[in-house]
Design a protein around this ligand. Structure first.
Ligand code: EPZ
Length: 418
């Protein structure tokens, strides 16, 4: 299995182009099931998860070509199933459920099972589909869904769920009548999906607010869309500049998607300048300790919690980092402690006492954002850090070691490409 090797201590200097957002691309790919024909998705990142979604759509009968742009033709869907061996590697596969049952009236989708950061149930997805008239059975680890034409419904989410909002919004586009989603997710990726669905002929209002109204139509037509920049990748590189005492300019990014993160980094003493599609950050003095609580957009994103913790490990005081979205998203703590971080867990909070320096060590990635936090720690640590199981990193960061090397990091990949 591949590992990343980092010789830390190099301040990063230069420009980084931010790639298209993984969590925007995946629902856009699933939405192609709603309209037979050729869909064109520009600025799609080259990531393991995108390949997994291509394999899933291919299994169902779509043709997927990813050259300059990602072209998906869903004219010949013949298999209405998302098998366990694909779903278990990527929970976002569940996003094909809503489109499949809305357009083809039936679906057989493997339950995703848990993952490193939590149980990750999909009960709210299923409850909403049942309210729209879908018969749901659970058999042998699969969701078996059958329906006539879906009926519009008023669906109120007990919890804010990003893919739950996306799944039901997609299903509602072809339902009969009006669907209202209350307590809906407000993430930029949800807005981007709604915009594409509208360009396909859907009637959606309120995306980006906590109440989304969808008026069902008879059918949709394929279209063309460009993926929004990845706000979590951008946040990760902002932290990379801060933790190495460097100076980075991020291009092709959306500062308006990162306000909560920029605010916290400002409070930590990192001056960040937002331009037209750019963010510039130059560390001037020691990082200040800041408390953070994760919460749905527009609050501080859970997907930046691990990266921010790496930064706080080198702050001038004590920070309290509280993870309020997932029940087990502290897998990176034990690995950061191997690099010399002083962190204690107390329930859903981590108490991070800043230290003067980290020292390189062999560590192990456990999930996507945990692996990013270990890269950040390794970039700042004195000496060599080796990060194993970096297939986790490859799921969500396009060519990370190339982007980092281009701005002065001493980082390389070792292994047989697995
Ligand atoms: C999306 O996951 C993202 N993935 C995650 O990014 C992100 O961490 C998460 O939203 C929160 O922002 C994609 O968009 C592909 P949720 P999702 O449903 O939709 C509970 C990354 O690093 N819940 O918003 O699966 C759930 O357990 C990944 O890129 C239910 O209880 O997350 C969690 O506690 C990791 N029942 C909370 O809601 C449900 O039916 C939020 O989960 C659904 C969710």
């Amino acid at each position: 299995m591949d590992k990343l090797v980092i010789e830390g201590g190099m301040p990063l200097e230069g420009e980084v182009r931010i790639s298209g957002a993984k969590n925007a691309t995946l629902p856009l790919m699933a939405s192609t099931l709603l309209a037979a024909g050729t869909h064109v998705i520009e600025n799609a990142p080259r990531l393991r998860d995108i390949r997994t979604m291509r394999n899933l759509l291919g299994h169902m009968g779509a043709s997927c070509e990813h050259n300059d742009v990602l072209v998906i033709d869903t004219s010949d869907i013949h298999t209405l199933e998302a098998p366990y061996d694909l779903v278990k590697t990527m929970r976002a596969s569940v996003l094909v459920l809503g489109p499949m049952v809305a357009r083809y009236r039936r679906a057989r989708v493997s339950l995703p099972g848990g993952c490193a950061i939590g149980a990750r149930p999909i009960n709210l997805h299923l409850k909403g589909l049942e309210q729209m008239g879908v018969d749901i059975d659970l058999e042998h680890g699969y969701v078996i869904a059958r329906a006539g034409r879906l009926k519009g419904a008023c669906i109120s989410f007990d919890l804010v769920t990003v893919t739950g909002t996306e799944n039901l919004m997609m299903a509602a586009t072809l339902a009969e009548g009006i669907t209202v989603l209350k307590n809906a997710a407000r993430e930029p990726e949800v807005v981007a999906l709604a915009e594409y669905l509208c360009s396909m002929g859907a009637r959606i209002e309120g995306a980006g607010t906590s109440e989304i109204t969808i008026e069902g139509v008879k059918d949709l037509s394929p279209g063309r869309v460009s993926v929004i920049p990845d706000r979590i990748e951008a946040g990760t590189y902002l932290v990379a500049a801060g933790i190495t005492g460097g100076h980075l300019k991020l291009t092709s990014c959306r500062p308006d998607h990162l306000e909560a993160v920029i605010n916290k980094l400002h409070m930590a003493g990192l001056p960040i300048e937002a331009g037209e599609g750019t963010l510039e950050v130059q560390r001037t003095d020691r990082i200040r300790s800041v408390n953070v609580k994760t919460w749905p957009f527009p609050a501080f994103p859970t997907d930046m919690q691990a990266q921010f913790m790496a930064l706080m490990a080198l702050s001038d005081g004590v920070s309290l980092i509280t993870e309020q979205i997932f029940e087990n998203r502290f897998m990176h703590v034990l690995e950061l402690k191997r690099l010399g971080a002083d962190i204690e867990l107390e329930g859903r909070s981590a108490v991070v006492r800043g230290v003067r320096k980290l020292s390189g060590a062999p560590v192990m990635a456990t999930d996507l954002r945990a692996s990013a936090s270990l890269v950040l720690g390794g970039l700042a640590a004195h000496g060599i850090t080796e990060i194993s199981r970096i297939y986790h990193l490859d799921r969500g960061y396009e060519a990370m070691e190339k982007k980092l090397s281009a701005v002065g990091a001493r980082i390389w990949r070792e292994g047989n490409g697995a």
